[in-house]
Design a protein around this ligand. Structure first.
Ligand code: C5P
Length: 219
C-alpha cells in the first residue's frame, strides 16, 4: 500500500488540445502536446489508481495501466468526461478550445479568388466548470491554468471562479509548449507553492504525491 498510495482510487485526467472542425480538412485548435497530462496519467497509474485518460488529438503512447479514450472536439471531450463520472479525483489538463466554428461545412470550403471566408465562432462548454457544478463533483478537483503573465494572481482568481480545489498554474512565457520541462505554482485555498523548474514527469510525480497526501488527510 505504501508505494501504491492511490490504490482503490479512480482518477480522471483530460489531456491534449481539442480540434474544432471548420470543414473536413481544417480545424481550430489550441497549442498542446499532451505531454503533461499523459505524464500525470502515468504517475497516477503507477501510484495504483484506476486511471481514465480522455485525450484530444496527440501523438503520444498510452501510459501503462491507463484506460484511454480519444476524442477530437470539446463537445466530445465534455461527453466523455460526463460518462467517466463519478471519480475520486479529476485533473483537467486539456487545453480545450474556447470557441468552435458555429457552422461545420460538410464539403471542403473552396478558395474563391476574392475575399477569404469569415469564420463565425460560438462558445464551447467549459468542461471543468461543469464538473465543478455537477452533483457528481469529485472529492478533489484540479484545474490547470496556462498563463504568460500575473501567473499566480490569475490562477487564484480562476480557482475561485471555476469552483475547483487546486489550480496548477503553468508559466508558459518561456518554451514550455511542447517542451519537456515545466514551471509550476500550485494554488490551493490560502496557500501557494512555487515549484522549481523540473521535467513534466517530475511535476506529475510531485502532484500525485500531493494528491495522495490530501486524500489520506481526509480519510
Ligand atoms: O479558463 P481556462 O481555459 O484558462 O481554464 C483552464 C482550465 O479549465 C484547465 O484545467 C482546462 O482543462 C479547463 N477547461 C475546460 N473546458 C474548457 C476550458 C478550459 O475543462 N472549455
Amino acid at each position: 500500500i505504501e508505494h501504491r498510495p492511490l490504490y482503490g482510487k479512480h482518477v480522471l485526467v483530460t489531456a491534449g488540445p481539442t480540434h474544432e472542425p471548420i470543414d473536413p480538412v481544417r480545424y481550430l485548435a489550441n497549442r498542446s502536446s499532451g505531454k503533461q497530462g499523459f505524464a500525470i496519467a502515468a504517475a497516477a497509474a503507477a501510484a495504483g489508481a484506476k486511471v481514465t485518460l480522455v485525450a484530444g488529438p496527440v501523438n503520444l503512447r498510452t501510459p501503462l495501466g491507463v484506460e484511454r479514450q480519444d476524442v477530437e472536439s470539446a463537445e466530445e471531450m465534455a461527453k466523455a468526461v460526463r460518462t467517466a463520472l463519478p471519480v475520486d479525483v479529476a485533473i483537467m489538463v486539456a487545453a480545450v478550445a474556447d470557441w468552435r466554428p458555429r457552422d461545420f461545412k460538410g464539403d471542403k470550403i473552396k478558395k474563391r479568388g476574392s475575399a477569404p471566408p469569415a469564420l463565425i465562432l460560438t462558445e464551447n462548454p467549459d468542461i471543468l466548470a461543469s464538473v465543478a457544478a455537477s452533483p457528481k463533483r469529485p472529492e478533489l478537483l484540479i484545474g490547470f491554468a496556462a498563463e504568460t503573465n500575473d501567473v499566480v494572481e490569475n490562477a487564484r482568481k480562476k480557482r475561485k471562479s471555476k469552483g475547483v480545489d487546486w489550480i496548477v498554474a503553468n508559466d508558459v512565457s518561456g518554451d514550455v509548449m511542447g517542451g519537456n520541462d515545466n514551471r509550476i505554482h500550485l494554488v490551493r485555498e490560502g496557500k501557494v507553492e512555487h515549484w522549481a523548474e523540473m521535467t513534466k514527469q517530475d511535476v506529475a510525480m510531485k502532484l500525485v504525491t500531493e494528491i495522495a497526501e490530501r486524500l489520506t488527510e481526509d480519510a
